[in-house]
Write a protein that binds this ligand. Structure first.
Ligand code: SF4
Ligand code: SF4
Length: 248
């Protein structure tokens, strides 16, 4: 184990600086140290003005999402001894910077509000009862901690900012669509407003998810298949023509 590590931390204050730059700090390494510990060491011992957002330090809140040596990762879950003796820590590139490592992820909350909400089937008797086997399909999606690392790595979000809701919200839609008591079809929303067609299934989002959610395999691909069924399947199209709406 190295005794110390060079931490190159991105610094940028939009209220003062024209552009950001990396600043190097030398930090003593302790057994089991994670990148967030090293950033806290800098904040507590070298520069208290360093901007960093964190909360649980247990990979449950998603607050300390950043780019570590170029890879979207949680600072609290990334061991210093897994990275060599020089570490670069930068804020998520897909979102505006508030200060240093802190980004403004509020656009994600705006997208969240647009997803058609859980709509239970009519006439359900209370208490609602769901068989365990029916719960299991959506359980994986409910593990999402909303770190937005998948949004950060998605090239569509980076390039077409306003057109695609992003992988986190494809997961959210899949979570609702696979709920056994939900009654609506979100294909129309995902196709016409959500920009699902922009996703070209590169799986970059899936590769960075700290909860190991199979974002593309289990959420995006089935949602895309559902869109194809709703819009282009001749039987469904005839059915919709008769009912006059998109499969609802
Ligand atoms: S698979 Fe789709 S959502 Fe995931 S990173 Fe690639 S384009 Fe974005
Ligand atoms: S799907 Fe995974 S990467 Fe995306 S926000 Fe949720 S936990 Fe984070």
């Amino acid at each position: 184990m190295n005794k110390e590590v060079k931490m190159n931390v991105y610094r940028f204050d939009p209220n003062k600086d024209k552009e950001g730059k990396f600043q190097e700090f030398t930090v003593p390494v302790k057994e089991g140290m994670v990148v967030l510990d090293a950033v806290h060491y800098i904040e507590n011992n070298m520069d208290p003005t360093l901007g960093v957002r964190w909360n649980c330090k247990a990979a449950r809140c998603g607050s300390c999402a950043a780019e570590i040596n170029g890879k979207p990762s949680l600072m609290c879950k990334t061991r210093v001894d897994s990275l060599g003796d020089k570490i670069h820590v930068a804020p998520m590139k897909a979102f505006p910077i508030v200060k240093d490592l802190v980004t403004d992820v509020s656009r994600n909350w705006e997208i969240a509000r647009k997803i058609p909400e859980f709509t239970p089937k009519k006439g359900l008797k209370e208490p609602w009862q769901i068989a365990e086997i029916d719960v299991s399909r959506s359980r994986e999606f409910r593990n999402c901690i909303e770190c937005f690392l998948c949004q950060d790595v998605c090239h569509v979000i980076r390039e077409h900012d306003k057109d695609y809701i992003g992988p986190r919200f494809m997961v959210k839609a899949a979570s609702l669509d696979t709920h056994p008591l939900d009654s609506i079809n979100r294909s129309k929303f995902l196709h016409e407003e959500g920009g699902a067609g922009y996703c070209n299934i590169t799986k970059c989002c899936q590769s960075v998810c700290p909860e190991h959610i199979a974002i593309t395999d289990n959420a995006i691909i089935p949602e895309k298949e559902s869109i194809v069924d709703s819009y282009y399947d001749p039987v469904t199209m005839l059915f919709k023509k008769i009912r006059g709406k998109h499969g609802q």
